[in-house]
Design a protein around this ligand. Structure first.
Ligand code: UDP
Length: 487
C-alpha cells in the first residue's frame, strides 16, 4: 500500500535558490514548509550565502550542500556571490554568466545525492534539463505572484508596447481578466541580444517543459489570475503562500534574511515602535537591492518630514560623519519622530507591529505579501523587475495602496533616480503619506487590506487553500517518487 511505502521512504527534495535575498528568503520558507509536511529538504547554496540558512539548518529543518560560486571565472569580484552586491549593468551580465557556469558542478551534486525532486529558481533555466537527466521532476520558482506572471507573459507574447509613439503613451495589457493600462517607460525594454533578455525568453520556453510552478501567493488574493495562469497559459501551478507565515517564533522572524546577526539592534527598533501609538508610524523600505541616489534620498527625507508622520526608514548606507543625502539638521529634528535603520531591518516583525500605519514599498513581491499578511496599507513605489505589475494589483485591483507616482523602470539597482527624469518629488511623497494615513479613504483602504490579511492567514492554516495545495503537491511528488510513475 502507498501509505506503507511512504512511512519507510522519505521524499527528498533539492532546492536551488537564486543568489539574491528576495529569492532565497521565500525559497527557504518553502523548504521549511515541505519539511513540515514530512519531506527531507536540502538547499544548495554558496559559502557566502550559507549564513542565510543557518537557523533552519541548526534546527534540522533543512540540510545544506555547498557549491562554489564561479565569481572569478565570470569576471566578478571574489566575494560577489549575491545579486544584492551587483552595482553595474556589466556586473549583472557577469552574474548571469556565473549562474550558468555552476551547471556542471550542480549536476555532480545531484548525481551524488540523487534526490526525488528539484525545486530551482526560474533564473536557472538549465535546471530542467539537468533534472531530466536524473529522471526527476523540476519545479519552477519565480518568486512573484499570479498577476505579474500573467501580465508579463502577455506582454512578452503580444508585445503591445512595440508600436507606441512615446514611452509615456499608455497601452492595455492584452488578454487579461481586467483592463490594466501601462506605459512603455514602466517596462524593461532590454536589447533583444542582451544576456538578460535571452535568459528571460529561454525561461518561458523551458518553464513549459518543466513539471510545474510553485507560487508564493494565496488563491483568495488573485483568483482570476490563478485561474488564468493555469487555464489560459496552461501552467501546472500550486499556490502555497504567504510562505512567511511559516516563521512563528519572534527570533525566526527577526533573523529572516539577515546575514550579519545583530539581534540587539533589531530589537531596538521594535522597542522604539512600542513607544508609539497604534497605526501612527510609516515604514519605508525598498527591499534588498534598490539603492537610491542621494538626490532621491533627499526628496524622501524632506517629504517624510513635511508629512508630519512618524517613520522608520531603512537606508542601505553606511553611517558617515556628514550625511549629504539628509537635509541639514534632519536627524536632530527627527529625534524621537523618525528612526533610520542602516543595513537590514526585521521587516516582518516591523510590519506586524500595531504601531505601523502604512508601508512605502518598492513593490517587491515578498514585501507586498508581507504587508498584506500584516494588514498594512501601502504607498507603491515600483523601481524594476516586475514591480510595476505588482503595483497594479495593489492600487487598482485591490485598492489597498496608493501610488507615489513612480513611472520609470530603472536599469540599474544603484544610484536609482540620479537623473531628474523619473525622480519622485518631495510633494508627491508628502501627499501620498498623508493620503494613506489620514482621512476616510485611509480608513477604507485599511479595512480592505485587513480583510485580505485575514484571508491570507486562513489560507495557510490547516484546510486553507494554500495548505491544501501544498498537501496535494507533496502527495503528487510522493506518488512520483515511490509510486513508479516517473518516466
Ligand atoms: N527584507 C528584510 N529587511 C530589509 C530588507 C528586506 O527583512 O532590510 C526582506 C523582506 O522582508 C522581503 C525580502 O527581504 O522578504 C525582500 O524581497 P522583495 O521581494 O520585497 O524585494 P527584493 O529585495 O527582491 O527587491
Amino acid at each position: 500500500m502507498a501509505m506503507e511505502t511512504k512511512s519507510c521512504q522519505q521524499l527528498h527534495i533539492f532546492f536551488l535558490p537564486f543568489m539574491a535575498r528576495g529569492h532565497s528568503i521565500p525559497l527557504t520558507d518553502i523548504a521549511k514548509l515541505f519539511s513540515s509536511h514530512g519531506a527531507r529538504c536540502t538547499i544548495v547554496t554558496t559559502p557566502l550565502n550559507a549564513p542565510l540558512f543557518s537557523k533552519a539548518t541548526q534546527r534540522g529543518e533543512i540540510e545544506l550542500v555547498l557549491i562554489k560560486f564561479p565569481s572569478a571565472e565570470a569576471g566578478l569580484p571574489q566575494d560577489c556571490e549575491s545579486a544584492d552586491l551587483i552595482t553595474t549593468q556589466d556586473m549583472l551580465g557577469k552574474f548571469v554568466k556565473a549562474t550558468f557556469l555552476i551547471e556542471p558542478h550542480f549536476e555532480k551534486i545531484l548525481d551524488e545525492h540523487r534526490p526525488h525532486c528539484l525545486v530551482a529558481d526560474a533564473f536557472f533555466t538549465w535546471a530542467t534539463d539537468v533534472a531530466a537527466k536524473f529522471r526527476i521532476p523540476r519545479l519552477y520558482f519565480h518568486g512573484t505572484g499570479f498577476f505579474a506572471l500573467c501580465a508579463s507573459l502577455s506582454v512578452m507574447m503580444y508585445q503591445p508596447h512595440s508600436n507606441l509613439s512615446s514611452d509615456s503613451e499608455s497601452f492595455v495589457i492584452p488578454n487579461l481578466p481586467d483592463e490594466i493600462k501601462m506605459t512603455r517607460s514602466q517596462l524593461p525594454v532590454f536589447p533583444d541580444e542582451s544576456e538578460f533578455m535571452k535568459m528571460l525568453k529561454a525561461s518561458i520556453e523551458i518553464e513549459e517543459r518543466s513539471y510545474g510552478v510553485i507560487v508564493n501567493s494565496f488563491y483568495e488574493l488573485e483568483p482570476a489570475y490563478a485561474n488564468h495562469y493555469r487555464k489560459v497559459f496552461g501552467r501546472k501551478a500550486w499556490h502555497i503562500g504567504p510562505v512567511s507565515f511559516c516563521n512563528k517564533a519572534i527570533e525566526d522572524k527577526a533573523e529572516r534574511g539577515s546575514i550579519k546577526s545583530s539581534t540587539a539592534e533589531k530589537h531596538e527598533c521594535l522597542k522604539w515602535l512600542d513607544s508609539k501609538k497604534p497605526r501612527s508610524v510609516v515604514y519605508v523600505s525598498f527591499g534588498s537591492m534598490v539603492r537610491f541616489a542621494d538626490s532621491q534620498l533627499l526628496e524622501i527625507a524632506t517629504g517624510l518630514e513635511a508629512s508630519g508622520q512618524d517613520f522608520i526608514w531603512v537606508v542601505k548606507k553606511e553611517k558617515k560623519e556628514v550625511e549629504e543625502w539628509l537635509p541639514e539638521g534632519f536627524e536632530k529634528r527627527m529625534d524621537g519622530k523618525g528612526l533610520i535603520i542602516r543595513d537590514w531591518a526585521p521587516q516582518v516583525l516591523i510590519l506586524e507591529h500595531e504601531a505601523i500605519g502604512a508601508f512605502v514599498t518598492h513593490c517587491g513581491w515578498n514585501s507586498i505579501l508581507e504587508a498584506v499578511s500584516a494588514g498594512v496599507p501601502m504607498i507603491t513605489w515600483p523601481v524594476f523587475g516586475e514591480q510595476f505589475y505588482n503595483e497594479k494589483l495593489v492600487t487598482e485591483i485591490h485598492r489597498i495602496g496608493v501610488p507615489v507616482g513612480s513611472e520609470k523602470w530603472a536599469f540599474s539597482f544603484v544610484d536609482v533616480n540620479a537623473e531628474t527624469e523619473g525622480r519622485v518629488r518631495r510633494e508627491a511623497i508628502e501627499e501620498a503619506v498623508t493620503r494613506i494615513m489620514v482621512g476616510d479613504e485611509a480608513v477604507e483602504t485599511r479595512s480592505r487590506v485587513k480583510e485580505l490579511g485575514e484571508n491570507a492567514r486562513r489560507a495557510v492554516e490547516e484546510g486553507g487553500s494554500s495548505f491544501l495545495d501544498l498537501s496535494a503537491l507533496v502527495g503528487e511528488l510522493n506518488d512520483l517518487a515511490f509510486g513508479g510513475l516517473v518516466e
